[in-house]
Design a protein around this ligand. Structure first.
Ligand SMILES: Nc1ncnc2c1ncn2[C@@H]1O[C@H](COP(=O)(O)OP(=O)(O)OP(=O)(O)O)[C@@H](O)[C@H]1O
Ligand SMILES: N[C@@H](CCO)C(=O)O
Length: 523
């Protein structure tokens, strides 16, 4: 009771000593009385009487006047009356109200629960879809034009007759003929991400093969002599059965029943493409080798057919297709049902394996490609670290299988990237996002110190003119696509490599449309 009195005092300011409590049966409750002895009981009814101050009685005339007033008013409140059982009506009514309250409690709980449930559902519900109007008319126009151009290019590619690229009909390859000189010009290339193994682009680094077919002289050794200048001059093998360019040419010749090169023969290779850096040195060497075989053997192979030979050696089509066809290309390989020559019998693009002189069946029509448009103002800024990563090693770190989300991530960006790279002026925000990748860069980070930092920090926001950054090929070269500020961008990347103790060389390259070609024949 003491606690109850304190509570009533705090709420109604009735001094505890003025509060007098009785039970319904009239028992007065002392301060130390317990109201609830049974813990199950939640409610009880007590009568609270206030102590009246004692003192002199009322003034007779005033009390009579008051009594007259009271008598004239009709009584509506019978709460203090008692029912036939002697219980106050107030008490009975309170008990009824309490019973009603308890009876309605489940309903109230249900309504409370329903309200909470509704709130949760409203919170989880997707916001209404906003309709966004795309009002960039310039972009829409360029995009419409591009769609038409791509569609025309595809139809053209489908209907195109093969273009014969050979060393004319002058009898090249005849060992007895007088001096003949010709060049095979191929281009370095690189694939831009997320078009892993799909997109390739020819860059303005030209590998040149110069060939002198000499007249054989009695008493002189009729040798085939291979010499090199440029990249790899000190390290690449000059053994024609082991060097990637010459062994590829020998493979093409042997597939066409020609045993060996004509001799005496001088072959000189000038190679500006750094080896094992992700700039497609091996793909370019393979293209050069196939063209060399075609010219020396006077085979008259079309470029489409030469692509089949290239694909027998380098199984991913992006690099060889760009080097052979030029420009910006998308490609895939359609494997034939034919029994393809085992890889062990074809030259290995990385090893020094000797070409076996068996006759090989190279399936036709393996390489499928389409040339895509490239906005002329986009340059390739290549930052080339002074260490090698073999493509074979960089492919070995990739997972055997990919999750659906990662595949869809790259496919979505690939579709956007192809269109975005063709539009002038190029949109940096679109291209930067579309060059994000989940298929190879995350797995190759540990092979290339600094790659994570470069991808995380070199962005169009802080380097105006930058469109996107990715690993070039299998790395370690970094490819930055940009329209200006080439020095600023390359310096930023260079300094991150420098912090890791890695020296770099920068080349700003153009995308060039001509593919591999024979540029001159002299007799
Ligand atoms: N001009 C060349 N002449 C002969 N062999 C070459 C030539 N260029 C490349 N190679 C061979 O190819 C190897 C490098 O191929 P690799 O595929 O590892 O790198 P890459 O082609 O430069 O890079 P990526 O394929 O990632 O673009 C060299 O070590 C060498 O054996
Ligand atoms: N698409 C290839 C290019 C390197 O040759 C890769 O990234 O492995």
């Amino acid at each position: 009771m003491f606690d109850l009195k304190q509570l009533i005092f705090s709420r109604l300011s009735i001094e505890p000593e003025d509060q007098v409590y009785h039970t319904l049966s009239g028992k007065r409750l002392a301060d130390d009385s317990q109201i609830f002895e049974d813990e199950q009981v939640e409610f009880t009814t007590l009568n609270l009487n206030l102590r009246l101050l004692g003192g002199k009685g009322g003034f007779g005339s005033m009390l009579r006047a008051q009594g007259g007033k009271m008598a004239s008013q009709k009584t509506t409140n019978f709460e203090a009356c008692r029912d036939l059982n002697g219980r106050r009506l107030r008490t009975v009514n309170e008990a009824k109200r309490l019973a009603d309250h308890l009876e309605q409690e489940p309903d109230r709980q249900r309504i409370r629960k329903e309200k909470v449930q509704k709130k949760i559902e409203e919170g989880l519900a997707e916001p209404p879809t906003k309709r966004i109007r795309f009002d960039d008319t310039e972009y829409l126009k360029a995009s419409e034009e591009m769609k038409e151009k791509v569609s025309n290019a595809v139809s053209e590619a489908i209907s195109k007759k093969s273009v014969v690229v050979n060393n004319n009909n002058s009898g090249n390859g005849d060992p007895g003929r007088a001096l003949s000189l010709w060049d095979v010009v191929v281009l370095s290339e690189d694939d831009s991400r997320p078009g892993f193994d799909v997109l390739g682009v020819s860059l303005s680094l030209y590998l040149t093969v110069e060939l002198d077919i000499l007249e054989s002289e009695p008493d002189k050794s009729n040798e085939v002599v291979l010499t090199y200048s440029g990249e790899g001059a000190d390290t690449l093998t000059l053994n024609i059965e082991k060097n990637l360019i010459t062994k590829t040419a020998l493979y093409v010749l042997s597939c066409n029943n020609i045993e060996g090169f004509p001799s005496p023969l001088n072959i000189h290779v000038d190679n500006p493409i750094p080896l094992g850096r992700g700039l497609g040195s091996s793909g370019t060497a393979i293209v050069a080798g196939v063209m060399l075989g075609n010219v020396v053997g006077n085979l008259g192979l079309t470029k489409e057919r030469m692509l089949d030979y290239c694909l027998m050696i380098e199984h991913h089509p992006d690099n060889v297709t760009a080097a052979l066809m030029g420009g910006f290309v998308a490609s895939y390989v359609k494997r034939s049902d034919q029994n393809v020559t085992p890889h062990s019998e074809t030259p290995d693009s990385n090893g020094d394996g000797v070409v076996k002189a068996s006759v090989h069946a190279v399936p036709e029509g393996m390489g499928h490609y389409v040339k895509l448009n490239w906005a002329k103002e986009i340059k390739a800024v290549t930052i080339i670290p002074q260490f090698e990563v073999s493509t074979a090693d960089a492919r070995n770190v990739l997972p055997k299988e990919y999750g659906k989300q990662d595949v869809v991530f790259n496919l979505q960006r690939l579709a956007v990237l192809i269109m975005a790279l063709s539009c002038s002026p190029p949109k940096a925000d679109l291209i930067y996002q579309a060059m994000q990748d989940k298929v190879h860069q995350p797995y190759r980070k540990h092979l290339i110190p600094g790659l994570s930092e470069i991808l995380a920090s070199v962005k169009p926001d802080n380097y105006p003119g930058l469109l996107g950054v990715c690993l070039s090929g299998a790395g370690p070269t970094i490819l930055a696509l940009a329209t200006q500020n080439f020095d600023g961008i390359s310096e930023a990347i260079k300094s991150i490599f420098a912090e890791k103790g890695i020296e770099t060389v920068t080349r700003v390259l153009d995308v060039v449309d001509d593919g591999a070609q024979v540029t001159g024949i002299q007799q």
